[in-house]
Design a protein. Sequence first.
Length: 340
Amino acid sequence: MSIETDVAIIGAGPIGLFAVFELGLLDLKAHLVDILDRPGGQCTELYPEKPIYDIPGLPIVTGQELTDKLLEQIKPFNPTFHFSQMAAALSKLEDGRWKLTTDSGTEIVAPVVVIAAGGGSFVPKRPPIAGIEAYEGKSVHYAVRKMEAFRGKNILIAGGGDSALDWTINLAPIASKLTLVHHRDGFRAAQHSVNQMRELAAHGKINFEIASVKALHGDNGQLNAVTLAGADKREWEHACDTFIPFFGLTIKLGPIADFGLNLTENLIGVDTEKFQSTTPGVFAIGDINTYPGKLKLILSGFHEAALMAQAAFHIVKPNEKLRFQYTTSSSSLQKKLGVA
């Protein structure tokens, strides 16, 4: 069955999150789709600890801190997140609403679609291993969509970032065997995750190898082993039936390019009154859009989200009158925010 809501948002970065707030003030419910496994977009994936200096009222804030504050701000509106899913298709229904379909088969039906995808979708980097394409989708996976699909598997995870460590910890209890490989004994992940991984290894619940994956072995897309190479160039065969490489992400426009929108150099042209694209009911906010004088700043995206929400209200509730209110003086808005 399709999920029905007021607004479907593609992208759960800072701009998508703030859009939830602006929509929520107008009693518009939102579902968000993001290819990453957590909110925050580029802020948390690329520079979680990098300081940002141009957010109003916050002289200095990291990408992760900004994301945490936005999540706290939108908590009263209880949005629904669909993580580890890519927006794959967008189609118009006979009743005028839109149907957004993800690569996991989730269908979200809404009168309004908001594209807040930054520079596009984060696409996993493919390891430079000959013939890996033949195993993709069957025994090589670049994301964990459903944990149960990995129960009882002999898993090899490669990588040294947060995703590699997080999934090593989360999959260890359900895997028949799990090995983490990284080319060095140092990680780019949160220290508490590194500590958890080392504790699991110390108790024999996982294996950790300082090594690189050189080759895959198997038939008809099903792995049975890989060739590992240590720092001393010694190679050996390691038995496994599932390989999950976390080699980082690149940003590509992805399926959004096939949504039938009017694109200019992979950006979505919008007006500056509503930030609506040339396709009625489809809006674009943040770095994904373009218009005369556009500045690619988080601040600009917040402004765009506010005006988008006002326009979305008239589409979702065409028979209702929109009454503009200030959160500082409106008791009804304060009640929604839980501060009345």
